[in-house]
Design a binder for this molecule. Structure first.
Ligand SMILES: Cc1cc2nc3c(=O)[nH]c(=O)nc-3n(C[C@H](O)[C@H](O)[C@H](O)COP(=O)(O)OP(=O)(O)OC[C@H]3O[C@@H](n4cnc5c(N)ncnc54)[C@H](O)[C@@H]3O)c2cc1C
Length: 428
């Protein structure tokens, strides 16, 4: 049966379908018929999540080296060497250029389409699939992978069975379910005999205790260091993650790039029953001594000014009332009435502004899903299941999640492309 069925028309599925069709045709020559490729998508439209990625601008990849790219995924990232040595950023950019998409690189090595319009990428990849002759069926949820005599035999859809010699499952994770990614990969993979690492949010905002975050809502802090601390009942704090950069207060807690990056480690610690505290260093460029000297100078120079006014040289305006309440120093106390102990309290709050994290926001709000199909049951060079010959997995359905910055889309593109190629080779 020389037919490949691709399940899911996101970043990974579009690349898988397009490449399977292209590879199938190349293998068989123009005169012969190549692999038939059928792409089945649950929603009415292809590439929904891709269209909203990067705030609609589509941060499609990164300029990181392959080694740094793989390292950004943590220990699981080693799995990506298999796909990324076969299809990585330069191959992606060459393919996109062939499809009429130019790109620009921005701060932090983030690569976007020059049009700054993510839907252009989705449309180009739909063209890639269609020009290879991929048959596309939307509004067609796949319910099960059909396995016969231990090998893939096709898929079961709501409208009936679709036979196939190879099936690529590229149904994504379970975040932003409005895009169609509703966690169907868990049932599809388990029913085919695969282990699925429990799904949980990664790259997700965090909720914090108390009312302060709500008071600070809308405040964005740049150039700060946030450290997540696991705190024992005896008060012993151990750092579990630490990031420098930008964060944001929201009505429920904290968000922004450095918070999202730390969120998986924080979520895992909370799920293990630990208390997690976020310690924000508002002056990370200074040592405690340097900060103390700076405060002494300010208090001496501005000795007749009120504490409230002195703080305006040190903190964003929105933070001042919360800060005054924390230090307990009256707002109208003048600089030279502030004691050495009070100065030490100010220093401590500036370098260790703490918020207790209560929980991550739900999986539905996560930029990416952690967990998924266990990697040791998939061949990293072909993305084929080690359990069911002819079954392939690509994209976020796998137990892989990277940081923000184009890593997750590149992983979806790389695994999708390689799975599509291997699926075509398997059936021909
Ligand atoms: C708001 C947001 C912004 C993001 N921005 C970026 C960014 O700028 N850069 C970056 O690298 N990453 C970004 N990501 C992450 C990235 O978009 C995803 O990791 C990537 O799209 C995953 O691709 P995928 O093909 O594996 O899954 P998806 O894109 O989720 O596609 C899966 C497809 O499968 C379909 N499907 C599901 N179940 C079935 C079924 N049973 N039968 C048939 N079809 C099914 C779904 O409808 C969907 O179309 C962002 C994510 C979000 C939510």
């Amino acid at each position: 049966m020389s037919r490949v069925v691709v399940v899911g028309g996101g970043a990974a599925g579009l690349l898988a379908a397009g490449r399977a069709a292209e590879r199938g045709a190349a293998e068989c020559g123009a005169a012969e018929r190549g692999a038939d490729v059928l792409l089945l998508e649950k929603t009415p439209r292809l590439g929904n999540k891709l269209r909203i990625s990067g705030k609609g601008r589509g941060n499609i990849t990164t300029t990181d080296s392959l080694t740094d790219f793989v390292a950004a995924f943590g220990p699981a990232g080693r799995f990506l060497y298999g796909a990324c040595t076969r299809f990585f950023r330069d191959d992606l950019l060459a393919l996109l250029q062939e499809l009429g998409i130019d790109t620009v690189t921005e701060r932090g090595g983030r690569v976007f389409p020059s049009s700054q319009h993510a839907p252009d990428i989705a449309e180009a990849l739909v063209d890639y699939a269609r020009r290879g002759g991929v048959q596309v069926r939307t509004r067609c949820p796949v319910e099960r992978v059909l396995v016969q005599d231990g090998c893939v035999a096709g898929v079961q859809t709501a409208d009936g069975p679709e036979p196939a010699g190879a099936v690529v499952v590229a149904v994504g994770g379970a975040s932003y379910p409005g895009t169609g990614s509703t966690g169907d990969g868990v049932a599809l993979a388990r029913a085919a005999g695969h282990t699925v690492v429990p799904l949980r949010p990664a790259l997700v905002p965090l909720e914090t205790a108390g009312d302060e975050a709500r008071q600070l809502q809308g405040l964005s802090l740049r150039h700060v260091r946030a450290t997540a601390l696991r705190v024992t009942a005896a008060g012993v704090a151990t750092p579990i993650a630490s990031e420098f950069g930008e964060m944001l207060f929201t009505h429920f807690g904290v968000s922004g790039p450095i918070i999202l990056t730390m969120s998986r480690a924080v979520g895992d610690a909370l799920r293990a029953g630990d208390t997690v505290v976020l310690s924000i260093n508002l002056k990370p460029a200074l040592t405690p001594d340097q900060l103390d000297r700076r405060l002494q100078r300010d208090l001496a120079a501005l000795g007749r000014r009120a504490y409230h006014n002195i703080l305006s040289g040190l903190l964003p305006r929105k933070l001042i009332d919360v800060f005054i309440a924390r230090t307990g120093i009256p707002a109208d106390r003048v600089g030279h009435q502030i004691t050495a102990q009070q100065r030490a309290d100010v220093c401590r709050e500036l370098m260790d502004f703490r918020l207790r994290v209560t929980r991550p926001r739900p999986l539905a709000e996560a930029i990416v899903t952690a967990g998924g199909v266990a990697l040791d049951e998939v061949d990293p060079r072909t993305l084929m299941s080690r359990r069911v010959p002819g079954l392939f997995f690509a994209g976020e359905v796998l137990d892989l999640d990277g940081p923000t910055g184009g890593y997750n889309l590149q992983a979806a593109f790389s695994t999708g492309y390689v799975a599509g190629q291997a699926a075509a080779e398997y059936v021909l």
